[in-house]
Design a protein around this ligand. Sequence first.
Ligand SMILES: [Zn+2]
Length: 464
Amino acid sequence: MRLYDTLTQQVRHFEPLEGKTVKMYTCGPTVYDYAHIGNFRTFVFYDLLRRWLRASGYKLDHVMNITDVDDKIIRNAVAQGKSLEEYTNAYTQAFLDDCATLRLERPERIARATAHIDEMAAAIHKLEDNGYTYRSDGSVYFRIARFAPYGKLSHNDFSQMVSGARVDVDEYEKADARDFALWKAPKPGEPAWDTEVGTGRPGWHIECSVMAIQYLGATLDIHAGGVDLIFPHHENEIAQSESLTGKEFARFWVHSEFLLVDGQKMSKSLGNFYTLRDLFGRGFTPESVRYLLASVPYKKGLNFTFDGLDSAKTAIDRLRNFKLRLSTAKFAAGTNESLENQAMNSVVAFCQAMDDDLNTAEALAAVFEYVREANTAMDTGEFRTGNITKTNDLLAYFDQVFDVLKASEPASGISEPEIDTLIAERADARKARDFARSDRIRDELLEKGIILEDTKDGVRWKRK
Ligand SMILES: [Zn+2]
């Protein structure tokens, strides 16, 4: 497998440092609001990376943080008169629920920043002892001039910077590169912790360094995030971590590109700011959202549109209908060798595309090309029973990564056993020539979003 590494600016062959286990750290959400689809592009990318690493034979040791203390959270919690915990618990749960709805695999460990304050203080203490910091008005700052490679990840030359200029906010632009706060002095009305480096709260950047090293060791195989995190967050993580351990912090830095909505940057003022809940409220399914976010390779900017969501639905329907046809239609005996070869070639093409820095667009093209050929062969009677296994293999490869073939059950939905029971009752009614009752059952199922199809091979059903 090859991955683009932001630090070396190269696509490089990836394998873990030790054995078959990939030590991976991904920056998680700051739980100050519902996560939006731009955030979820990055989280879907983590999921694809996880799934493809596992499909490639690796085990994962994946840590993701939940930032539950930072400038924005404190501002919002104070404004609403809530405790930090009360405020962040609700959004943390909403985030985990959204991830489950989108079928994102849960990292092996989810670490909350506020559960690691003492460890952060200990790390800051160590940096102080080793001369990487200075104090000002009760805050502790990292002196970036003490870390010569500062700028190596974002490929900026910061050597001409004024030493000693400071920045107190967690997020800032390249032009504002300054010594950044590791520990912030308490302000009236803000939450604060008593620790070995004093009373106050940690800066945002130190939390990821500390939790990554605590759970995964000095050197990670992969550190991932959105491109917006390259500077200053990941640059600062490198400065802190490598100053603490003297070792390379991450062997691969992998970043997913931006998401635009209708060609514009997403913003509340433009009215193009969507959470998952907004999209589900408009009738789009989790699978359509997942498919759209996964279908554009993570290194490319993604332009999010409602048309794109409609196309995602069409693509998923095509695959589901194909799978249904595969499992219910009657085929002649034997094997169509040419189609058999195409199925195997498609599996190879799918894997090669995913190995090539997760090129999901190419991987999908391989699947759809085969599905088109196989559908044509079914129409002309050239698809044979011997072709079923390899066809299923290809669909399985596809779905272990994309995971959209199974329909989500709507909250008020009907279960598969209930559907089967009603279909059996309808068959009995038809046998007894009670067509009124048979039609009532069909309508009842339709109301619950289940479409019946009477084919020459029997009754098939699918969700609307
Ligand atoms: Zn982080």
